[in-house]
Design a protein around this ligand. Structure first.
Ligand code: 3PG
Ligand code: MG
Length: 396
């Protein structure tokens, strides 16, 4: 059932709207935001609420704070609030508490068009516990609830589930970002233009077993890259040299190959090095990886094959890099996949934090049909897991 969206909200003039976003952005060691796309992706919703004459109470988690105040300082929302203010072009009042008297007072003083950002939701023990009393405090802050946090929709945290549950009777809708994610991914699951080609990379088969199984029931082909390649090759009895292998997942890899009935395509050549940090030793090998060598990227023949498959596809869905792409000399495969998708006429969908960030860094995000803001949420949605958080949103 399609979900109600911002367009279904009643007259917002003078109202307060609680907006759950996913501002869980990557930060460097000094706490600087290294990629703000999740903040940018939520701007249309926040702007729509403000333009409608309401005030916005924005809330998110950031990272996985452990409840130690000294270590948790890095997870405060100050930098996120500053960036949001810059992007919105208006002041954002950042609170130092999640709930409590100071927040209640600030919320009561809000005027139409004003924005308030709560402190990191996970500083409150009730958030991840899904606590009803905490959820009731959040619910009491506003007249309406908007879920624009696709990246967190696979969680049952209080702000995602018990909070909107406690707002039953008030309008509860999805924002623009979530609406687009659901539209694109529902189409991928129900009626994708064919052939449907999946591209799967990353280090571990074990992280993505459910995702691969689900893909295999839907796709015409899955092209494999990244270190998971070597777990697949090894289970077939190939030599993989010193490449990263999940030795305890060979049975799983074998099971997936059997399930795939020929749909799983493995690289035919590899960029290999003798030492990970020594690109000067890099060379291309076909078939087996010799002893003493480590695979770090797909090779040129594989790139050409995958490019052809993308060129002939009706839909391409991609998750996981093709190699150790964060090191420039090993990034050719990942870049080539991104470039082939960017120029293809297919519906192109990129999911997963790392893959989405890579596509952005290559400057190709705008050339894709859809770059998901979800990491775990993207994988789980495509696997077919129903999201309890979305059940709290009214259906059309
Ligand atoms: C994510 O980045 O996957 C979401 O923000 C959820 O974060 P979590 O995995 O810490 O729950
Ligand atoms: Mg995660």
């Amino acid at each position: 059932m399609p979900k109600k969206t911002l367009a279904d909200l009643p007259d917002l003039r003078g109202k307060r709207v609680l907006i759950r976003v996913d501002f869980n952005v990557p930060q460097d060691a000094a706490g600087n935001i290294t990629n703000d796309r999740r903040i940018r992706a939520a701007l249309p919703t926040i702007r729509a609420v403000l333009d409608g004459g309401a005030s916005a109470i924005v809330m998110s988690h950031l990272g996985r704070p452990k409840g130690d105040p000294r270590k948790d300082a890095a997870f405060r929302m100050d930098r996120v609030g500053r960036r949001l203010g810059e992007l919105l072009g208006k002041p954002v009042r950042k609170m130092d508490e999640v709930v409590g008297p100071a927040v209640t007072a600030a919320v009561q003083a809000l005027k139409p068009g004003e924005v308030l950002l709560l402190e990191n939701l996970r500083f409150h023990p009730g958030e991840q516990a899904g606590d009803a009393a905490f959820a009731a405090q959040l619910a009491g802050l506003a007249d309406a609830y908007v879920n624009d946090a696709f990246g967190t929709c696979h969680r049952k945290d209080a702000s995602m589930f018990a909070g909107p549950a406690a707002m039953a009777g008030k309008p509860r809708v999805v924002g623009t970002l979530v609406a687009k994610e659901l539209e694109v991914l529902d189409k991928l699951l129900s009626a994708p233009p064919r052939p449907l080609v999946g591209i799967l990379g990353g280090a571990k088969v074990s992280d993505k077993i459910g995702f691969i199984k689900s893909l295999l029931t839907r796709v015409d082909k899955v092209l494999i890259g990244g270190a998971m390649t070597y777990t697949f090759l090894k289970c077939q009895g190939h030599n993989v040299g010193g490449s990263k292998v999940e030795g305890d997942k060979l049975d799983v890899a074998r099971e997936l190959l059997t399930l795939g009935q020929g749909k799983i395509v493995l690289p035919v050549d590899h960029l290999v090095v003798q030492k990970l940090d020594d690109p000067a030793t890099a060379r291309v090998v076909e078939g087996e990886v010799p002893d003493g060598w480590i695979g770090v990227d797909i090779g040129p023949k594989t790139i050409a094959q995958y490019r052809d498959a993308i060129g002939q596809a009706g839909t391409v869905v991609w998750n996981g890099p093709m190699g150790k792409f964060e090191d420039e000399p090993y990034s050719k495969g990942t870049k080539a996949i991104a470039a082939a998708m960017a120029t293809s006429k297919a519906v192109t969908i990129v999911g997963g934090g790392e893959t989405a960030e890579a596509v952005e860094d290559f400057g190709l995000a705008e050339k894709m049909t859809h770059v998901s803001t979800g990491g775990g949420a993207f994988l789980e949605y495509v696997e077919g897991t129903p999201f309890a958080a979305l059940a709290q949103i009214e259906s059309v």
